[in-house]
Design a protein around this ligand. Structure first.
Ligand SMILES: Cc1cc2nc3c(=O)[nH]c(=O)nc-3n(C[C@H](O)[C@H](O)[C@H](O)COP(=O)(O)OP(=O)(O)OC[C@H]3O[C@@H](n4cnc5c(N)ncnc54)[C@H](O)[C@@H]3O)c2cc1C
Length: 485
């Protein structure tokens, strides 16, 4: 009875999800002077970003590195005084693909591809032919990344480079992924440019104004970023607080969380996956909810194997390697990263750690294998390439179920429809990694950039509303400002 009489708590913005997206949203909104409440279902913030020490080695249990390529990320590092703690990737330029059991180094340019042995003679001739002929798409071509790569650069290029590359980033096969959703700038140029050389030039021109790309991490790992933002947000964060329901109430929202407690918020923003977003907006944006429910998600697993340095015969000089789907149907390994080569400080003295990625849409069952079976399967596949003797000293297995949205064919249009649908619920915004570029994206850099963009939209929505004469808000049928997905 007493509980029912107690007035609900209130704030300007309720942020749902304490991964990097939600944290940056909360941080930016609080900096803009908003009263923020951030709800995180788990006991810790950071979502899939998690760095842990194991016997002196720093393990990134989720994302390994960030490709810094947006002014928003640089600004965030500056504001958090983290720039001095950044660690640039070392020997990351050398990247490999496993072909016929051997590692082949990926050439960094088109001339390199034509002159090196990365592609077979047939693959190089196909590449040459496609460079010289009109490669514009036909309306009947499937709009996937594999088709685009194959049409512009040849089938072998698509199988051996585009395929493993996209699996490494998007956790899905290139033939499942929509070019427009994954790489809108490339897709746009593909429609415009007659030749492959024109396509490459066009893409470079578009990327030109961006700041220099920098592959980086932080002292203490990527969790340092999460911890610093959480520090700044302080008491605005509620952990162990799963949001169970959102309803419209007056001019704002009623947010129900753990144990049926409620909060009133002027605006609500979701930084969670598509299925959870679908569930949460089912009362307030039913058509968006239905579209969100149709987004497929994949799981990824990370297996760390740490050896005494002398047990690994191969000199691990480079970023690591990716495994094409064509390599071996029974291989659960999607790719391998050599952490000590990229960030030497991550590795304990005298040891070598190998980070193995498993799962994705190629091997969803890998995530349901027990640790022992999964580790022995990975070890079997990487042993000869690395010339490993004996068993690892330490092993760590992390499974991230339903963690990566699949930008499959139709995704870009679906995201536009969702944005359109939620614009009919003023004050509601979404920022999960299921929102594809040009606004969103999966990588940490894209998450930060997108969170900045959405936070600005919410600030201006709440600012406009507070400037309007009382009684003219959307709740009484007045004009409303769109807060887009
Ligand atoms: C294994 C792996 C490796 C990756 N590697 C890289 C990499 O090297 N570089 C890179 O740039 N990107 C990488 N990525 C992608 C990138 O890490 C993610 O896209 C990004 O971190 C997602 O952040 P997020 O905040 O959007 O979501 P999440 O990290 O998933 O966070 C969502 C949060 O919301 C919470 N939540 C869910 N439902 C509720 C609810 N109802 N109420 C309250 N809280 C809720 C969850 O507990 C979670 O903490 C990787 C991803 C994975 C899984």
């Amino acid at each position: 009875m007493l509980k029912a009489l107690k007035a609900p708590d209130s704030c300007d913005v309720a942020v749902i999800g304490g991964g990097i997206t939600g944290l940056v949203l909360g941080y930016r909104l609080a900096r803009a002077g908003m009263a923020v409440r951030l709800f995180e279902a788990g006991e810790r913030v950071g979502g899939v970003i998690r760095s842990e020490r194991l016997e002196g080695s720093l393990l990134e249990l989720g994302p390994f590195s960030v490709m810094l390529r947006s002014p928003e990320f640089s600004q965030l590092l500056d504001e958090l005084a983290l720039e001095p703690a950044t660690v640039d990737a070392g020997r990351s330029r050398r990247r490999f693909v496993q072909i016929d059991g051997e590692l082949r180094q990926v050439p960094g340019s088109l001339p390199g591809l034509l002159t090196s042995g990365f592609l077979s003679l047939r693959g190089r001739l196909d590449l040459l032919r496609r460079i010289l002929t009109d490669g514009r798409p036909d309306p009947s071509d499937p709009p996937t990344l594999h088709e685009l790569g194959s049409r512009r650069f040849g089938r072998e290029f698509a199988d051996h480079l585009v395929g493993p590359g996209t699996m490494g980033i998007f956790g899905a096969e290139a033939w499942e992924l929509e070019a427009e959703a994954c790489m809108p700038a490339v897709h746009e140029e593909d429609l415009l440019q007659r030749t492959t050389v024109g396509l490459v030039r066009g893409i470079r021109r578009k990327a030109a104004p961006a700041p220099p790309r920098r592959l980086m991490s932080l002292e203490g790992g990527l969790a340092t970023l999460v911890d610093r933002i959480a520090e700044r947000l302080g008491g605005s964060i509620l952990t162990g607080a799963r949001v169970s329901r959102i309803d419209q109430s007056g001019g704002g929202f009623e947010v129900a969380h753990s144990d049926g407690r409620e909060l009133l918020a002027g605006s609500v923003v979701l930084g969670v996956g598509p299925q959870e977003s679908a569930r949460l907006v089912s009362n307030i944006a039913p058509s968006a909810s239905e579209l969100l429910g149709g987004i497929r998600v994949a799981g990824l697993g990370v297996v760390h194997l740490t050896f005494e340095r002398g047990q690994v015969g191969r000199d691990l000089d480079g970023f690591g390697y990716l495994v094409p789907a064509s390599e071996d149907a029974m291989n659960p390994v999607l790719g391998v990263i050599w952490p000590g080569s990229v960030f030497p400080a991550h590795e304990a003295e005298g040891t070598t750690t190998i980070r193995v990625m498993v799962g994705g849409t190629r091997w969803p069952l890998a995530l349901s294998l027990d640790d022992e079976t999964l580790v022995s399967g990975c070890l079997e596949r990487i042993r000869s390439v690395h010339r490993i003797k004996g068993q690892p000293k330490h092993v760590d297995v992390t499974r991230w179920h339903s963690s990566v949205p699949v930008y499959e064919v139709g995704h870009a249009a679906r995201i536009r429809s969702i944005a359109d649908s939620i614009s009919r619920t003023p004050g509601l915004a979404m920022a999960g990694s299921w929102i594809c570029p040009p606004h969103g994206g999966i990588g940490v850099n894209d998450r930060v950039r997108h969170a900045h963009e959405v936070a600005d939209e919410i600030s201006s929505f709440l600012g406009d509303r507070s400037r309007r004469p009382s009684g003219s808000g959307a709740a009484d049928g007045g004009p409303s400002k769109k807060v887009s997905a």
